[in-house]
Design a protein around this ligand. Structure first.
Ligand SMILES: [Fe+2]
Length: 410
């Protein structure tokens, strides 16, 4: 009789085009799919930098392009609704998301729901939403990331903010994978150092959490109870992606922060981010991401900075579940394990992350993000509700444990 926990699924987007100047093939890809009109989903600030124009440079002049530039960071329901309205006005053959995770999420959802007239919240997982399955859509969706970090181009999910409830919720479905992700590292060259650092640490956290998740039954996690897989957690397949991502990011993040025009570093970061995205969307995440959400909700801190400030403390808490894995992380980040006991190997992995953060100017604790001692019990309680992420954490975490980890990360 087979043990269901040893059976695993693996899924990713249909097609990925990666490499320097990959975006110059965008026009051909649109034409190959018979696209006559496209709605570009992006944000105003990015458009002002000229990056959107660069990304679209190969689009033929006779293809009708409309730009929706109303995406905001942590997009709320109204942003998604505006994009859907723009799509209803234009009735495009394709939606092209250009930007960070927020623009790509809005593009994915707009493409999937363009032909429906339903309320966005119907597709959000219960108990907040109706849990309605996302339909297959005729609209072609392309994703062109201009940051290296969120993994949104590799993911079958989108995050929707509910600001009045200080909450973020997800829509998840295999129909949310973009039809084509075009990852051109040159589109990230003008990213300022602070965003390079924060988004890069987000990608590293995705890879490290994916590499250390435990196997779990996704049916116990509403968020992941999609058509995708019966079990989540790390597998032989996700380990490959996660390890390669940790090594690439560890070897290039500091260089990309120090010199944004270091094209080789930008390429390694872009690839590391894609691989980390594929790893975590299959393996799941853990306590670092769970703990980051309530902080970001209350203090409006950038996601990448928040996870980075928590990661070493969560790694120290989890290391005893798999010292060998933490040792591997330390080595992939360039630390030597010579003479290290199992326990020290785990510690060296956490130290490697801390020194990377210090080198790239990421705050080394939650206090710098405005978190205070008195906030901890409330943050721990809010985190304990995020079982969809805690379920994959390799070590069990109670509310008391969460309080200790928050205190350690202060
Ligand atoms: Fe993240």
């Amino acid at each position: 009789m087979h043990d269901p926990e040893t059976v695993w699924d693996f899924a990713m987007a249909d097609q990925l085009k990666f490499g320097l100047e990959a975006s110059t093939e965008l026009g051909d890809e649109l034409e190959a799919r018979g696209v006559d009109s496209a709605l570009v989903v992006t944000d105003e600030q990015l458009r002002e930098t000229g990056v959107v124009e660069d990304a679209l440079s190969s689009v033929p002049a006779d293809l009708e392009v409309t730009i929706f530039e109303g995406v905001e960071p942590d997009p709320a329901v109204d942003v998604y609704e505006s994009a859907l309205e723009a799509a209803a006005d234009v009735d495009p053959d394709a939606i092209v998301g250009v930007g960070g995770g927020s623009s790509l999420d809005v593009a994915k959802v707009t493409g999937a729901l363009a032909d429906t007239d339903r309320d966005l919240l119907e597709y959000v997982a219960p108990p907040i939403g109706g849990g309605e399955p996302v339909p297959a859509s005729e609209t072609v969706v392309f994703a062109l990331p201009t940051t290296a970090g969120t993994g949104a181009e590799s993911s079958p999910a989108a995050v929707v903010s509910l600001p009045d409830r200080e909450l973020k919720v997800g829509i998840s479905s295999r129909h949310l994978y973009p039809d084509l992700a075009v990852v051109d590292p040159l589109l990230t060259v003008s990213l300022p150092p602070s965003i390079t650092a924060a988004s890069g640490m987000d990608a590293l956290t995705h890879a490290i959490e994916a590499y250390t998740t435990r196997r779990y039954d996704t049916k116990k996690s509403v968020e992941h109870a999609s058509e995708r897989a019966n079990y989540g957690g790390r597998t032989a397949m996700t380990d490959m992606y996660a390890k390669q991502a940790i090594e690439l990011i560890g070897g290039s993040l500091q260089r990309a922060v120090n010199n944004g025009e270091d094209v080789e570093a930008r390429r390694d970061m872009a690839l590391g981010s894609v691989l980390a995205g594929i790893a975590f969307t299959n393996a799941g995440l853990g306590a670092t991401h769970a703990m980051a959400y309530p902080i970001a909700g209350e203090n409006h801190t950038p996601h990448g900075v928040t996870v980075a400030a928590l990661l070493p403390s969560v790694m120290r808490y989890n290391a005893s579940t798999a010292y060998d894995r933490y040792g591997t992380i330390a080595e992939l980040l360039g630390e030597s394990l010579e003479g290290a006991s199992d326990r020290e190997a785990g510690e060296r992995a956490a130290i490697a992350v801390e020194s990377l953060c210090a080198d790239i100017g990421i705050p080394d604790g939650l206090a710098e993000l405005g978190v205070e001692d008195d906030d901890i019990p409330r943050l721990a309680e809010k985190t304990a509700e995020i079982q969809r992420l805690l379920i994959g954490n390799p070590r069990r975490v109670t509310t008391d444990d969460l309080e200790s980890i928050f205190a350690d990360a202060l």
